[in-house]
Ligand binder design. Structure first.
Ligand code: CA
Ligand code: CA
Length: 135
């Protein structure tokens, strides 16, 4: 394959060779979002280049932000992707001052679409829209 970009099924957007989609079934907690993606034969998005990923969501959605598939639930301040393990090279993707573990209760990875850089930690039981990634 010579193209840097994969072609994705309808309703998906591509980042590099990976395909992502935004389910239209409302807002969910982080764990419920993981489960919903899995029911779609996918997983909660784990983009390698979060800043590029943010730019691709673009006009596809007017939502404020989305759950992504990372958390520090196991060890505070150790951020891991649920599927791909330790989050590496994401230091440039956090919004200034984040992750702040606000109130001692923010362990799940959230992307604020209109912030650059976009990552924030949020309480896992809050309800937000989410983005799934095709396996
Ligand atoms: Ca935390
Ligand atoms: Ca935070």
């Amino acid at each position: 394959m010579n193209n840097a970009t994969t072609s994705c099924p309808d309703g998906h957007f591509a980042v590099g060779r990976r395909c992502f989609f935004i389910p239209k079934d409302g807002q969910k907690s982080w764990e419920d979002a993981q489960e919903a993606c899995s029911e779609y034969g996918a997983f909660l998005a784990e983009p390698m280049d979060v800043n590029l990923f943010r730019s691709r969501i673009g006009e596809d959605s007017t939502h404020y932000g989305f759950w992504l598939g990372g958390s520090d639930r196991e060890n505070e301040d150790i951020w891991k992707w649920e599927k791909h393990g330790t989050m590496i090279d994401q230091e440039e993707s956090w919004y200034p001052g984040e992750p702040n573990n606000y109130g001692g209760a923010e362990d799940c990875l959230f992307l604020v679409k209109d912030r650059d850089p976009p990552l924030d930690d949020r309480p896992c039981d809050h309800l937000y829209y989410y983005i799934c990634e095709r396996t």
